[in-house]
Design a protein around this ligand. Structure first.
Ligand code: HEM
Ligand SMILES: *[C@@H]1O[C@H](CO)[C@@H](O)[C@H](O)[C@H]1NC(C)=O
Length: 335
């Protein structure tokens, strides 16, 4: 892996503008119809470029893979997968970065910028930021040991964002099972999709602010039959005191935090899930269906990988009916 190549300086803004001026106008395709060969003629190396950059990013820090996967999720749950999550606040646009579940929490924007710079150098104005994110999320999963799936592409980037929708539609760790299920249903995703997709928590970390309620709440109750849980709980309380330490982190998959495997589901079976929302999938009194899915994904890693891949394609298929553009910079709409 030629990782020294990955850290090249971003194109100078002036150069980017000049290149932008020569951008060929591409006829917009119905953005609700994604396809596998969308960039076959216009940017045949797009996937390769994303993969190279993701290899470097994940090699530098596996957390980068988790950050990118989460960005794609938070993108798709607000106005569809349209790159809205990537927009910076400006005088004319209120972005989503200050939303409750995003602020001080989302990472990976610098990685997106780097990939976008590469793509613009190779095929200016062709590959959308929303597609970039969908491909990069898939690559993050493979690079950490998870399944491969083909990524349908052809999304357009939005010219708007919705802070309000980000605050209402993105699930929170405090919510109960019924609310979580309805939030996924509202996006056309089934309960099975939800449990499979939450398996993404097999990688990455949570901040103390997101799991404090849980460890000072019902953690002891759900974990009472697990012998080593007291030790784990006291470690968590060290990382996350009752007051302060909001940004201290702990992995959600306490077994193999940097591996995309099915061990996360074992934490739920043991009652030691870090987030309240995660443990709900197994321990909720209403979780007949979800608890059997947790058991299935723990017992059968192939079933988890297959469902996860299918559900990622489904989540990636949520479109913004407004359509949009191919942004030159993922942080700003084209002027
Ligand atoms: C029930 C729905 C979900 C809830 C309530 C939820 C909640 C959370 C929370 C609270 C965090 C920690 C954030 C922080 O403290 O800064 C987190 C992290 C993460 N989530 Fe979710 N999540 C859900 C579903 C998903 C889905 C569907 C995906 C992707 C397919 C996903 C991917 C991730 C990843 C990869 C991380 C780690 C990010 C990092 O390490 O930077 N989550 N999630
Ligand atoms: C994606 O969405 C389109 C149109 O909304 C639909 O026809 C297609 O079946 C969907 N594909 C998947 C895999 O959900």
């Amino acid at each position: 892996m030629a990782c020294n190549l990955c850290f090249s300086k971003p194109l100078h803004l002036f150069l980017a503008l000049v290149l932008g001026a020569f951008t060929t106008f591409l006829e917009a395709q119905d953005p609700s119809q994604l396809s596998l060969d969308y960039y076959l003629k216009t940017c045949p190396n797009a996937e390769l470029i994303v993969r190279k950059e993701m290899e470097c990013a994940v090699q530098a820090d596996p957390r980068n893979g988790a950050a990118i996967l989460r960005l794609h999720f938070h993108d798709c749950f607000v106005q569809g997968c349209d790159g809205s999550v990537l927009l910076d606040d400006t005088v004319t646009l209120i972005g989503e970065k200050q939303a409750e579940q995003n602020v001080n929490s989302l990472k990976g924007f610098d990685i997106v910028d780097k990939i976008k710079t590469r793509l613009e150098a190779e095929c200016p104005g062709v590959v959308s930021c929303a597609d970039l994110l969908a491909i990069a999320a898939r690559d993050a999963v493979i690079l950490l040991g998870g399944p491969y799936w083909d990524v349908p592409v052809g999304r357009e980037d939005s010219k708007t964002a919705s802070l309000e929708q980000a605050n209402t539609d993105i699930p929170t760790p405090q919510q109960g099972l019924v609310t979580l299920i309805s939030k996924f249903l509202a996006k056309g995703l089934s309960t099975t999709d939800m449990v499979a997709l939450v398996g993404a928590h097999t990688i990455g970390v949570s901040r103390c602010a997101s799991f404090r309620d849980r460890i000072y709440g019902d953690f002891e109750l759900t974990a009472k039959f697990e012998g080593t849980s007291q030790l784990y709980l006291s470690k968590l309380k060290e990382v996350c005191p009752e007051d302060g330490g909001d940004d201290n982190t702990s992995p959600m998959d306490s077994f193999t935090p940097n591996l995309f495997d099915n061990a996360f589901f074992e934490t739920l079976l043991k009652g030691t899930g870090l987030l309240n929302s995660d443990q709900e999938m197994y321990s909720s009194l209403l979780g007949f269906q979800t608890s059997s899915l947790v058991e299935l994904y723990w017992a059968d890693p192939i079933a988890f990988f297959t469902h996860f891949s299918d559900s990622m394609v489904k989540m990636g298929n949520i479109t913004n009916p407004e359509g949009g553009e191919v942004r030159k910079s993922c942080r700003f709409v084209n002027s």
